[in-house]
Design a protein around this ligand. Structure first.
Ligand code: GDP
Length: 363
């Protein structure tokens, strides 16, 4: 599956967030095809469009799509040199596709801060430095090997060396690869060859106190930094979220109403993670089931079909397609057909977010 790793210093609220996510999540037994490790949670992606579709189609069941969050054990300064759970931590991050970096923006004397002081920018720097150091180490390992090859007139090796020459000084300054100015192609090569930690898409989760959403200087600093980096910030009170997640549906509704919220803050975390991972949703809608499926933005119809079953991709003929807007506007498939909004798309069709699809395939 595609996974978002939750990282951050100890005691910033990572586990609290992770537990809230999984508490609100799906029983693993309902998803027999995923193997779930203890620190991995499969979380439904909240999507109001799906409820709308179910209102129209009235299926027997509605199945949301999901994404995975991984709680990655605490990082301390020196991790890249093997301090604490350092190596394990870095290995775990390497297996994720995106990073949610939790930053403590709440004061609470009862909860010790590893540096004895609430300073989100310093905290972020500790983590980012460790990740950059780990990448720097990978660069150094590869560099010597590539130099040998490059001497032997290996064109590929020469090209990679040029890239590493750009990456190295950047990492030396503890800056992430994702902020390096490279062409799309160069970035892809770096990603494929070196699996850098700091090239992963990253968002910040600012963990604030219940009354810390506004007039919070800690938060303001995180927002300013993220803006510089072009990163997203999700502001949330993890403690409150863990309380909300434990409530039964009815109580939950009342609780949210009292807060004046339309949905738990967790939903914003999940959606931000989904977006960060470059994912989008298409739907299948039949009387048995309305179901959401996840594809990468830019996926073709056969690739989307493969998410349901590889046979659908292999034997792909056509995809019957209705846009979400048309499906709703014309009150379902029959109406959309009548209005001429039902399309037969071929193998080059790029799936659009919200498409309602039905695949025709050979067996
Ligand atoms: P982790 O080490 O980053 O996983 O941090 P935890 O989630 O275990 O949280 C550390 C401590 O901080 C726990 O005692 C939590 O109850 C507490 N905590 C987490 N989030 C908040 C919050 O938003 N406000 C306050 N006051 N305490 C929190």
């Amino acid at each position: 599956g595609i996974r978002c790793g939750i990282v951050g210093l100890p005691n910033v609220g990572k586990s609290t967030l992770f537990n809230a996510l999984t508490e609100a999540g799906i029983d693993a037994e309902n998803f027999p095809f995923c193997t779930i490790e203890p620190n991995t949670g499969v979380v439904p992606v909240p999507d109001p469009r799906q409820d709308k579709l179910s209102e129209i189609v009235k299926p027997e069941r509605t199945v949301p799509t999901t994404m995975e969050f991984v709680d990655i054990a605490g990082l301390v300064a020196g991790a890249s040199k093997g301090e604490g759970l350092g190596n394990q931590f870095l290995a775990n991050i390497r297996e994720t596709d995106a990073i949610a970096h939790v930053v403590r923006c709440f004061e609470d004397e009862n909860i010790i801060h590893v540096a004895n002081k609430i300073d989100p920018l310093a905290d972020i720097e500790v983590i980012n430095t460790e990740l950059a150091l780990a990448d720097l180490e990978s660069v150094e390992k590869q560099y010597v090997k590539l130099q040998k090859k490059a001497k032997g007139q290996d064109k590929e090796a020469q090209k990679l060396l040029t890239l590493l020459d750009k990456a190295k000084p950047h990492l030396d300054q503890a800056k992430p690869i994702r902020s390096l100015e490279l062409s799309e192609e160069e970035l892809l090569i770096l990603d494929k060859e070196f699996h850098f930690l700091t090239s992963k898409p990253t968002m910040y989760i600012a963990n604030v106190a219940e009354d810390g959403f506004e007039n919070n200087p800690h938060l303001d600093k995180v927002i300013a930094l993220a803006k510089e980096e072009g990163a997203e910030v999700v502001v949330i009170c993890n403690k409150l979220e863990s309380e909300i997640a434990e409530l039964e549906d009815e109580e939950k509704g009342e609780f949210l109403q009292d807060l004046g919220w339309e949905e738990p803050g967790l939903h914003r975390v999940i959606r931000a993670g989904y977006k960060l991972l470059g994912l989008q949703t298409y739907f299948t809608a039949g009387v048995k089931e309305v179901r959401a499926w996840t594809v990468k933005v830019g996926a073709t119809a056969p690739k989307a079909a493969a998410v349901i079953h590889t046979d659908f991709e292999k034997g792909f003929i056509r995809a019957e397609t209705i846009s979400y807007e048309d499906f709703v506007k014309y009150n379902g498939e029959a109406g959309a057909k009548e209005a001429g909004k039902w399309r037969l798309e071929g193998k080059d069709y790029i799936v659009q977010d919200g498409d309602i699809m039905h695949f025709r395939f050979n067996v």
